[in-house]
Write a protein that binds this ligand. Structure first.
Ligand SMILES: [Zn+2]
Length: 291
């Protein structure tokens, strides 16, 4: 993604990985062949591999530079993590840190790390392995977690194996190092940069709003994983804690933001991942920002 500018604030992506991911049926239990066929023509232009029909996903962080602070939004899968349940993410190395440095930022420069939710692919770079221990990657940063999200996962790890590893190696070490701020779901990081509840994908998921110079951008995390969910907001993923609430949150968000010009930055959209919600007849579409 090319650098975006909102007033006096710049936004860049820090890319970890991406590419053809899965066929729609493996991500969206309620999708039908008719829905896929209806949207295939525009999807193969930007976000579906034509030969396989795989949806294209990206795993990326967003870097926000305001005049006062440098903020990292979401932390991807991370390196060296033990993920035996996810072979593609197990003990991996990625170009993510090289991409951060290429953006002119060192780990010491980050003032805030903000996770939209605490899934494994949003907390990875929170920590790194140093001398056999997981320590915060960004030594000067405060880490912003919605308290309700943190409390939910803290309780849930007793029951769900697959999330325990990520919580234990990428969230708890930050809390134990005293670097975490467990905040209300409408917390303001600085003037014009604030959280807003977006429950459904996970119980305490939030989006991050940015307003500067009369323009607005919204970092939506996993409220939607793919542009197919913009015209078809009823489609929740297999990863959603509450698929019904997820669809409700998404539908309301799309209606509220359609034709406003607000820049929308979802975590997993590929390529020119930012864009705008535009109405087309009785539904909405995602218009990728190529500027
Ligand atoms: Zn995700």
């Amino acid at each position: 993604m090319k650098t975006k500018t909102i007033g006096d604030v710049t936004i860049d992506t820090i890319w970890e990985s991406g590419g053809p991911y899965q066929v729609p049926e493996n991500v969206y239990p309620d999708v039908t062949p008719e829905i896929v066929e209806r949207h295939r023509p525009w999807m193969i232009e930007s976000c579906m591999e034509e030969a396989t029909g795989f949806l294209i996903f990206a795993f990326q962080s967003y870097l926000i530079r305001t005049p006062r602070h440098t903020i990292l939004v979401d932390c991807c899968v991370g390196e060296d993590k033990e993920r035996p349940h996810r072979p593609n993410w197990h003990q991996k190395k990625w170009p993510w840190m090289a991409n951060l440095l290429a953006a002119g930022i060192t780990p010491e420069d980050i003032d805030f790390v903000m996770c939209t939710h605490l899934h494994v692919d949003h907390v990875g770079w929170n920590t790194q392995l140093k001398d056999g221990r997981w320590v915060p990657t960004f030594p000067n940063a405060r880490y912003i977690f919605a308290a309700s999200e943190y409390e939910y996962w803290k309780g849930a790890i007793a029951e769900q194996d697959w999330i325990r590893d990520a919580f234990n190696d990428s969230v708890l070490p930050v809390v134990e190092a005293g670097r975490a701020d467990l905040v209300a779901s409408d917390h303001e990081i600085e003037t014009g940069l604030w959280l807003e509840p977006a429950p459904g994908h996970t119980p305490g998921a939030v989006v991050l709003n940015l307003e500067a110079g009369g323009d607005k951008a919204i970092f939506t995390g996993d409220m939607m994983h793919h542009a197919l969910q913009v015209p078809e907001p009823q489609l929740s993923t297999i990863f959603c804690s509450d698929p019904v609430q997820s669809a409700k949150t998404r539908t309301e968000f799309l209606q509220k933001n359609a034709d406003t010009g607000n820049l929308i930055l979802p975590a997993h959209f590929p390529g020119e991942s930012a864009g705008r919600i535009v109405s087309r007849g009785d539904c909405c579409m995602f218009e990728f920002d190529k500027s």
